[in-house]
Design a binder for this molecule. Structure first.
Ligand code: PMP
Length: 348
């Protein structure tokens, strides 16, 4: 009998948002606006070239990302979504039995990827639905190699501010890698939520993670990246599955970066809708923490599963985290309306 790794036996599988044909899907934090106009044209144009391997080093994409952030290209490493880049970062610094600290609940891939990398997950409970950076700093030991700071946090939508992030970074030893995961950066208010690259980008132990899956509308193509000190980026590149970022994904991401104004316009529409949905939910008596992302969090605890079933009955798919809460992605206005109608009929 083949022996599988015991550390993986108890590991929950990643639970993706459900896809229900014909339903309004507000379960995966995707952009509701579809492909950016230039991206759609590029994909059709490139389809014929798919018998060839992509550029292994994603040269044009890396240059475009570097230009976007005004950093040297040697600071960029890409992967098939920022999920793969999370794994690459873990494989770069975590040895067998080393600890990885993150808030909990947070992005559900963190514990899975930590275990796959042979690390030990240290989950630090949230405080008022937000990362408890003091407790996270206190949880760091001699065995800690990496700490994820998901800002804004998925699934609770809250963000930590500049002072708290700076104080935290000052407390983390220089040999521990701080990974600030900014998957939802484009939806955050820059006056309230720091850009980690601007704030901490010059530190030797800070990496900032970004994705094309949310505001750039490329979730299905799988492309994400990190901005890191050059020698860390070099390691992160080594741990990438060769050719994991397809030629279509590379080209589409370059085009998407060039459509910055449209990306910002769409993100602003989502923010307006998020504020409207939050107000309506408050009026209906729901607790809703202040969101800085493209989703809201309803801490419904034991009612979470029932609420999701109630929504599904009205053909709206939301994302329950059993016993904790429900995450609802902000969609198009009419989709949000369908959700709000269901929220209004919850509990009669
Ligand atoms: N980080 C966070 C916080 C996320 O919520 C997600 C997507 N759910 C990701 C990273 C990964 O996204 P992707 O792999 O599509 O880039």
């Amino acid at each position: 009998m083949v022996r599988v790794r015991t550390s993986l036996a108890q590991l929950p599988a990643y639970v993706p948002g459900r896809k229900v044909p014909g339903a309004v899907v507000l379960a995966s934090n995707e952009s509701p606006y579809g492909l950016l106009p230039g991206v759609a044209a590029t994909l059709t144009e490139l389809a014929g070239g798919m018998s060839r391997y992509p550029d292994l080093s994603a040269t044009a994409l890396v240059q475009a990302i570097a230009g976007h952030h005004e950093v040297e290209p040697d600071r960029i490493a890409v992967g098939a979504g920022s999920s793969e880049v999370c794994g690459q970062l873990l494989h770069s610094v975590v040895g067998f039995g080393d600890e990885v600290v993150f808030g909990w609940r947070s992005f559900e891939a963190y514990p899975i990827l930590t275990a796959v990398a042979g690390g030990v997950a240290v989950r630090v409970p949230l405080l008022d639905h937000a990362l408890d950076l003091d407790a996270m700093a206190a949880a760091i030991t001699d065995r800690t190699r990496l700490v994820f700071v998901c800002n804004p946090n998925n699934p609770t939508s809250t963000a930590v501010g500049e002072r708290a992030l700076l104080d935290f970074a000052d407390r983390v030893p220089e040999d521990v890698l701080i990974v600030v995961d900014e998957a939802y950066r484009e939806y955050a208010d820059p006056a309230l939520v720091p850009d980690a690259l601007a704030l901490l980008g010059d530190r030797p132990n800070v990496v900032v993670l970004r994705t094309f899956s949310k505001a750039y509308g490329l979730a299905g193509l799988r492309v994400g990246y990190c901005v890191a000190p050059p020698w860390i980026a070099a390691h992160v590149r080594k741990t990438q599955v060769p050719f994991s970022v397809s030629a279509l994904a590379q080209e589409a991401a370059v085009v998407a970066l060039g459509e910055r104004a449209e990306v910002a316009r769409r993100a602003a529409l989502t923010v307006v809708e998020r504020e409207r949905v939050t107000l309506m939910l408050h009026a209906l008596g729901f607790e809703v923490p202040d969101s800085q992302a493209n989703f809201v969090w309803l801490p419904l605890a034991d009612e979470s599963a029932d609420f999701a079933v109630h929504c599904l009955g009205g053909h709206v798919v939301v994302r329950p985290f059993l016993g904790e809460g429900v995450r609802v992605t902000i969609g198009l206005p009419q989709e949000n309306e369908a959700f709000l109608d269901l929220a209004a009929t919850w509990r009669g």
